[in-house]
Design a protein around this ligand. Sequence first.
Ligand SMILES: Cc1cc2nc3c(=O)[nH]c(=O)nc-3n(C[C@H](O)[C@H](O)[C@H](O)COP(=O)(O)OP(=O)(O)OC[C@H]3O[C@@H](n4cnc5c(N)ncnc54)[C@H](O)[C@@H]3O)c2cc1C
Length: 455
Amino acid sequence: MSEATVDLVIIGSGPAGMAAACEARAHGLSVLLLDEQSSVGGQIYRRIEEAPADILDVLGKDYAAGQRLAMEFRESGAGYLGGAVVWNVTTTGVVDYVANGHADEVAGKFVLLASGAMERPFPVKGWTLPGVMSAGAGQIMLKGAGALPTEPVVLAGCGPLLYLLAWQYLRAGVTIRALVDTTPQSAYVRAARHVIGAARGWRELLKGIKLLSVIKRRGVKVYSGATELSIEGETLAEGIAFVHHGKKMRVPASLVLLHQGVVPNTQLTWSTGAEHRWDDDQLCWQPVTDEAGRVGNTSVYVAGDSRGIVGANASAVQGRLAALAIAQHLGTTRDAVRRSSGLRRELQRYTHLRPFLNTLYRPLDENRIPTDEVLVCRCEEVTAGQIRRYVELGCLGPNQTKAFGRCGMGPCQGRLCGLTVTEVIAEARHVEPSEIGYYRIRPPIKPIMLGDFVG
Ligand SMILES: Cc1cc2nc3c(=O)[nH]c(=O)nc-3n(C[C@H](O)[C@H](O)[C@H](O)COP(=O)(O)OP(=O)(O)OC[C@H]3O[C@@H](n4cnc5c(N)ncnc54)[C@H](O)[C@@H]3O)c2cc1C
């Protein structure tokens, strides 16, 4: 293994990572950006540089906007390595990764973690059946390969990404049999107190309203305020059952796409030993950082959705602010104060809508804290009932569930079940999730092959 050194190593080529690279280069820093995907863009701009015209059209203007940032990034002079899976980061700036079947290491004076978001688990009865996917996975297939469902689909859950996918599918000619919306009526009332803030983010609000009205105009059957969701089928998804206005309903479907928001991908920050706090508005863990995103006194910064869900535009600004702070540390910038106050104002503009969205699309307890028979840890096949049994036997937190029943010890290393395990234990022990904590995440945070280290 060789160890190269640069001023800044960035992990993640989404809006936060690419914008940070551009800003850092503008202040004269040497930059290497690593991403496990084979091309730049992150989640929102996935494969933006290769997207054919018809896919650009289907995905809409917000997707196409990524072309400008990708071009700025390419012209910035930052180093870039795609297909690089980062499995370890130290607080002093050493980054270990595997690319093209070889393990390697790079040292940064600073490291920026911009590893983005992942979808919140949706553990309801039948969620592991073939034919059930997350809406994000459906969108990844569309962005990544132009792949579309050939049979009518049912979308279920809540949150902007669910409605965005419905809109994109309609533009692509996919038949949506139903949209089963779990947003309760009471959420609209609760969200109303954030409406003044939301009005300041009117552009995004308007986009959301337009999107929903297209879905309705195109005749998609929308079941609002659905509860008691479950997927029916023995070996395959055959339909979705739920309660709508007090009536039991069933909609047949061989493909059900579930979604109830995104949460920060915190595996890397946990693995560095960073402190995290439970955010009760977003119902997830967030790394504790200073305003610019620095973790304690370390060489590690965090920006974008991996620090707390803020959306693509705000992620990009956070990336720039972090890079600016790093340039200031390294003494390569003179106008940091003026530049950062402009960026902070921009960040505010992009985050006005967030409290409204957090409140309106807060996922229901019943869709996050499942009944006993539902699988929580998909890798090791541990149910919610088994976790509750561990608690009765004295298990206090997620880490101990590993010893009780290998929960969280499979290939995803707890990434998919971690939040659910925290919330199931908190409910069983009648305490707040903040008291329960999370798995102790250790490198390697991603599965890697021993063969990659040979030679
Ligand atoms: C599946 C999915 C689809 C989404 N689609 C949309 C959308 O269409 N529109 C929208 O407005 N918002 C979308 N979002 C929300 C969206 O991700 C953001 O708000 C925005 O992209 C966040 O930008 P970011 O730069 O923080 O992270 P991201 O764009 O998520 O980029 C993070 C990058 O980090 C890389 N990465 C993570 N861990 C590692 C590792 N260990 N090693 C190497 N690389 C790593 C990932 O491959 C990814 O490219 C989506 C979210 C998800 C989860």
